[in-house]
Design a binder for this molecule. Structure first.
Ligand code: FAD
Ligand code: UDP
Length: 366
C-alpha cells in the first residue's frame, strides 16, 4: 500500500493536517494506537446518556478567527462560557481569583476595581519570576498561593511549584473585577454533537484511510509512505535513547448518579492536598444536556499511564532539545503536537500550529 503521508496520532493535530493535505489530493494514512480517533478530545455517550470526555473536561476557547472558522466547517456549536470554583475554607470561591474571591476568602467588602487593586498591592510580594510559585506570589501573595495553588499544583504535577517553569501558573490570570468566567476569549463554544463527531467529519475525505489499534512501531512493513508526520511522544520515537521525558498522567474516575445534578458548578477544584483528586467535573454543564441523570469525573494525577501533560521543568526542556536536534535531522519527517513538541498546547494552539504546518507543506508541492 502506498501513501503520500503517514500521520501517527489521530488527535486534533494529526486530524487537522490529514484534513488539509487530503483536500489537496494527498493520500493519507492516519493511525492511532488507541481504539478510537480524536486523541484526548475523544468523547462518547455513556450508560447515563451523558456525553462524557474520556480524557477529562475539554473546553474549546480561542481568540483566533482562523481556528474558529476552520473548525466551524466540521461542527455546529453551542455557546458555553466555562466557570470554575475552588473549594477552600468550606466555601466555593471563583477561580481565577477575582474581587469576589478576595471578598469571600478574607471576609472583605471590596466594591470597586480600585479597591481590589489596592488590596492586591498590599498582599502581593515583589519577586523575580523564576518558577510557577513566584508567578502566583508576585500577583496575590503567599496566603492565597498556599490556599489555592500550592496543594493543587503539587497534586497535578507531582512536584513543587518552585520546580515548574513559570508558564504553568501563568495560564491563570488574576482579576480585579467580578468576571467569574474561566476564559475571556472571543470564541467560547462547545461542539454541538461533541468532539468525536467533529473529528469524524474532519477525517471523512476519501483520500484518508484511518487505522486504529495500531502503534507506529508495529505498522505493517508492507505499508509505504513518502512522508511522516508524528504526533506521539518524541522520546518514544527515538527509543528513549537519551532517557525518558516526564509526562504527567491522570486516572479518571467516573461516577454516575440517578439525579439531575451532583454539584452546583461545572468544575470544582480541590486545592487541599489531603483530597487526592484535583477536581470534579460534571459534564452536563459543559454539554448543555437536559436529562434526569448525571455523570461526574474525579481526576487523580499520576506518573504512571498514558502521557497527557508534558512536565515543564528545566531538565525536561534540556532533554527535549536533544531529541529535537535528532528530529530535525530526519528527512521527510515532522514532529508536531502536544507530545511530539513537548508543549502545553490548548486545542486552539494545536489547530493553529497544524494549520501553519499544512500550509507550509502544501506550498512545497503546489
Ligand atoms: P493528542 O490529543 O494527545 O493526540 C495524540 C495521539 O497520538 C493520541 O491519540 C495517541 O493515542 C496517539 N499516539 C501516540 N503515540 C502513538 C504511537 N506510537 N502510535 C500510534 N498512535 C500514537 N485544551 C483546551 O483547549 N481546553 C481544555 O479544556 C483542555 N483540557 C484538557 C484536559 C486534559 C486532562 C488534558 C490532558 C488536556 C487538555 N487540553 C485542553 C489540551 C488538549 O487535550 C490538547 O491541546 C490536544 O488534545 C492536543 O492534541 P494533539 O493531537 O497534539 O495530541
Ligand atoms: N492551578 C492551581 N489551582 C487552581 C487552578 C490551577 O494551582 O485552582 C495551577 C495548576 O498548577 C494548574 C495550572 O495552574 O496545572 C494551570 O491551570 P489550568 O486550569 O490552565 O490547567 P489545565 O487543567 O487546563 O491543564
Amino acid at each position: 500500500m502506498d501513501y503520500d503521508f503517514l500521520i501517527v496520532g489521530s488527535g486534533i493535530s494529526g486530524c487537522t493536517i490529514a484534513e488539509q493535505l487530503a483536500s489537496k489530493s494527498q493520500k493519507i494514512l492516519i493511525i492511532d494506537k488507541r481504539n478510537h480517533i480524536g486523541g484526548n478530545l475523544y468523547d462518547e455517550y455513556d450508560q447515563n446518556n451523558v456525553l462524557i470526555h474520556k480524557y477529562g473536561p475539554h473546553i474549546f476557547h480561542t481568540n483566533s478567527k482562523i481556528v474558529f472558522d476552520y473548525l466551524s466547517k466540521f461542527t455546529e456549536w453551542i455557546k458555553y462560557e466555562h466557570k470554575v470554583v475552588a473549594f477552600v475554607d468550606n466555601k466555593y470561591v471563583p477561580i481565577p481569583i477575582n474581587r469576589n474571591t478576595l471578598n469571600l476568602i478574607f471576609n472583605l467588602n471590596l466594591k470597586t476595581d480600585e479597591e481590589a487593586t489596592q488590596y492586591l498591592n498590599k498582599i502581593k510580594e515583589d519577586k523575580i519570576i523564576k518558577n510557577s510559585r513566584d508567578v502566583v506570589i508576585s500577583k496575590v501573595g503567599n496566603e492565597l498561593y498556599k490556599k489555592l495553588f500550592e496543594g493543587y499544583t503539587k497534586k497535578q504535577w507531582g512536584i513543587s511549584p518552585e520546580n515548574l517553569l513559570p508558564e504553568i501558573t501563568k495560564r491563570i490570570p488574576v482579576r480585579i473585577n467580578t468576571d467569574d468566567r474561566y476564559f475571556t476569549d472571543i470564541y467560547q463554544y462547545m461542539p454541538k454533537n461533541g468532539y468525536t463527531a467533529m473529528i469524524k467529519k474532519m477525517l471523512s475525505n476519501e483520500n484518508i484511510t484511518t487505522l486504529i489499534n495500531t502503534d507506529f512501531k508495529d505498522l505493517d512493513k508492507k505499508i509505504h509512505y513518502k512522508n511522516l508526520i508524528y504526533t506521539g511522544p518524541i522520546d518514544y520515537f527515538f527509543d528513549y535513547k537519551y532517557g525518558k521525558l516526564q509526562y504527567r498522567s491522570i486516572i479518571f474516575e467516573f461516577e454516575r448518579y440517578n439525579k439531575s445534578h451532583y454539584q452546583d458548578y461545572a468544575v470544582v477544584n480541590y486545592p487541599d492536598e489531603k483530597v487526592k483528586y484535583t477536581r470534579i467535573t460534571e459534564f452536563k454543564y459543559l454539554t448543555g444536556q437536559n436529562i434526569d441523570k448525571t455523570t461526574i469525573v474525579k481526576e487523580y494525577p499520576t506518573n504512571i499511564g498514558e502521557e497527557y501533560y508534558p512536565i515543564l521543568t528545566e531538565a525536561n526542556i534540556d532533554l527535549y532539545k536533544k531529541y529535537k536536534l535528532e528530529a530535525d535531522k530526519l528527512p521527510n519527517t515532522t514532529f508536531i503536537g502536544r507530545l511530539a513538541e513537548f508543549k502545553y498546547y490548548n486545542i486552539d494552539q494545536a489547530v493553529a500550529s497544524a494549520l501553519l504546518l499544512s500550509k507550509k507543506i502544501i506550498k512545497e508541492f503546489d
